[in-house]
Design a protein around this ligand. Structure first.
Ligand SMILES: [Zn+2]
Length: 326
């Protein structure tokens, strides 16, 4: 048993559970004669893990077409199965970074996770065609006359941002996610990622979220969007593949964590078409170098997998369920 309070591993270990609550832990615990003993054998026990960046509503395949081809009930069931898989893998708290065009959140009582925070639809600016791109990870060129459902909610200025945040709050979202940067281009070993909102616009969104008792997390691959997000006082800077010294200083001062989401970058660097893998590998190599600088700078980090759009192995071999979502 990993005791995170002391930083020690206790082996062998006993836990006394009463009414679904842990009453006592230690190498041996006192228990009344009525206690049922469950011997878990040679396994490691640790507190529930937290994943600060998941997409319960996405699964491997075309991210853009899932919202077009699959019904809301179908997508909701898949999301619940994904949440169950994550729970069985040890994740008891997650932040869902976008319900991908789904209008309302899953009723909390229906979620198998102990704690799940749902952002609702993601906000993006319609000023650039990039929103759909960053929302779906690949460029989309649908016939505009078809009015294909967007994965993001468009908000072009402060008034639209505030109105959309209020609407989603009313619909039951727990926090706000904003696409601050994209589309991404690697050229000559440098990442370029245009910003979508100014610091003042993000500040207005943070203020409105705070008025409603919640926070804003941003998809920000790099500068200057990451700086604007830090200046605005967001709760997290997700992906964070490129952070300036100024941004990292602010993140340390304001305790804003970066959520690097390495798993998704590694997956796409190793799977897919050759040309895509080459591009993703260059991005990953760049990200690794930047990450080392971020560690050296001492900024706070939170763990986030971005799991959903990529395939993972079943996380617990001894559990008899099968799913390609995790
Ligand atoms: Zn994501």
């Amino acid at each position: 048993m990993v005791n995170v309070a002391t930083g020690r591993i206790v082996a062998p270990a006993e836990i006394l559970i009463e009414d679904e609550r842990i009453k006592a832990v230690g190498s041996a615990v006192e228990h009344a004669g009525v206690a049922r003993v469950i011997d878990l054998g040679d396994v490691t026990l640790l507190p529930g893990l937290i994943d600060a960046h998941v997409h319960l509503f996405l699964h491997p395949g075309s991210e853009s077409l899932q919202t077009v081809e699959e019904s809301v009930p179908q997508r909701t069931i898949l999301a619940m199965l994904a949440a169950r898989d994550d729970l069985l893998a040890g994740f008891t708290a997650e932040r869902d970074m976008g319900t991908e065009a789904r209008d309302r959140r899953i009723p909390r009582c229906a979620m198998p996770l102990t704690r799940v925070s749902l952002s609702g639809r993601v906000f993006g600016s319609a000023a650039t065609p990039s929103t759909f791109w960053v929302a779906t990870r690949m460029p989309i060129h649908f016939n505009p006359a078809q009015h294909v459902l967007s994965n993001a909610t468009y908000a072009n200025d402060v008034d639209e941002l505030v109105a959309a945040i209020r609407q989603q709050h009313k619909e039951g979202s727990d926090f706000v996610k904003i696409y601050e940067t994209g589309p991404d281009r690697m050229r000559d070993g440098v990442l370029r990622t245009p910003y979508q909102y100014t610091a003042a616009q993000l500040r207005a969104a943070v203020d409105e979220a705070s008025r409603l008792g919640t926070t804003v997390g941003v998809h920000a691959m790099g500068e200057p969007g990451a700086l604007y997000a830090a200046q605005a006082g967001v709760a997290s800077i997700d992906h964070a593949s490129q952070l300036s010294i100024e941004t990292m200083t602010l993140m340390k001062q304001k305790h804003i964590p970066a959520v690097p989401t390495f798993a998704v970058f590694e997956y796409f660097a190793n799977h897919g078409e050759a040309a895509d893998m080459q591009r993703e590998s260059a991005l990953l190599a760049y990200k690794v170098l930047q990450f080392k600088k971020q560690i050296a700078a001492g900024i706070p980090f939170a763990v986030g997998s971005d799991v959903g759009p990529f395939r993972t192995e079943p996380r617990h071999a001894s559990l008899s369920y099968s799913s390609n979502m995790a």
